[in-house]
Design a protein around this ligand. Structure first.
Ligand SMILES: [Zn+2]
Length: 246
């Protein structure tokens, strides 16, 4: 740095350092105020080194930073949402890798072929069954959400699922219809897979989409009835209060 001028000395820097380091030095900001130099750790909020921040930094480098806070928030939102309990448990089992897919069964030493029951070309794990298998990919692209799965094959499936939840919740709120559509699409893929495995029933994606739409309609209808019942109970208790003697 040029003494007292708060600028870098380019000639000296290019002479002393390798090009890459020189560029990094030149892009380092020099504050104009009169501040004393001090050592600061860039990964913490206030520059002080703390073991907690170092741990978060290491986890972040390994891509595991999400584990605690973001995931906890995701689960509490999911449990608080108005989805059917059955669907919530299904999402929980899917993300915990606890569904009885062929790969999960094989991991538990159950003698099954790991191959996908639908395309017979790839091992049936969550990523393949719910997103990358040809039929699932077609279901996603023709669903109301119009999701193209081809570009996401390198994203881990749990991240892919949680990202969509978070996007829809952020944009639509906790009662997001897109979350509902997303969950019921995953659920319909699972029902389709089970129909193939247990009933030898092969259906084309349009039938699967129809079933998904029926499930959504039923869900809306039951919510509407619950709403009417709730209104009736509230108005009855209201009129009861008005007519009851003081
Ligand atoms: Zn497949």
């Amino acid at each position: 740095m040029v003494a007292n001028q708060k600028t870098w000395n380019p000639d000296l820097i290019w002479k002393m350092f390798m090009p890459e380091s020189s560029i990094r030095i030149h892009t380092t900001y020099i504050p104009q105020e009169n501040l004393q130099d001090y050592f600061a750790w860039s990964e913490s909020k206030h520059g002080a080194f703390r073991v907690k921040d170092a741990y978060a930094f290491l986890l972040g480098q390994r891509g595991n930073l999400e584990t605690s806070h973001t995931k906890r928030k995701f689960w509490s939102k999911l449990w608080a949402s108005d989805l059917r309990p059955k669907w919530k448990i299904f999402i929980w089992r899917l993300l915990q890798k606890a569904l009885a897919t062929n790969c999960n069964l094989a991991k538990r030493n159950i003698p099954v072929s790991v191959n996908c029951n639908i395309c017979h070309q790839f091992p049936e794990d969550e990523r393949h069954l719910f997103r990358d298998c040809e039929i699932s990919s077609r279901i996603w692209s023709s669903s109301a959400l119009g999701i193209k799965t081809q570009s996401s094959e390198y994203i881990p499936i749990d991240e892919w699922i949680r990202n969509f939840f978070q996007l829809f919740w952020r944009e639509d709120g906790i009662k997001s219809e897109r979350v509902r559509e997303f969950v019921v699409t995953l659920w319909s893929i699972w029902l389709h897979r089970n129909n193939v495995v247990f009933r030898n029933l092969f259906e084309n994606p349009s039938v699967i989409l129809q079933r998904k739409n029926t499930l959504l309609e039923e869900f809306d209808e039951s919510n509407r009835i619950k709403g009417i019942q709730l209104k009736r109970v509230l108005s009855e208790s209201d009129s009861h209060q008005r007519t009851s003697p003081p």
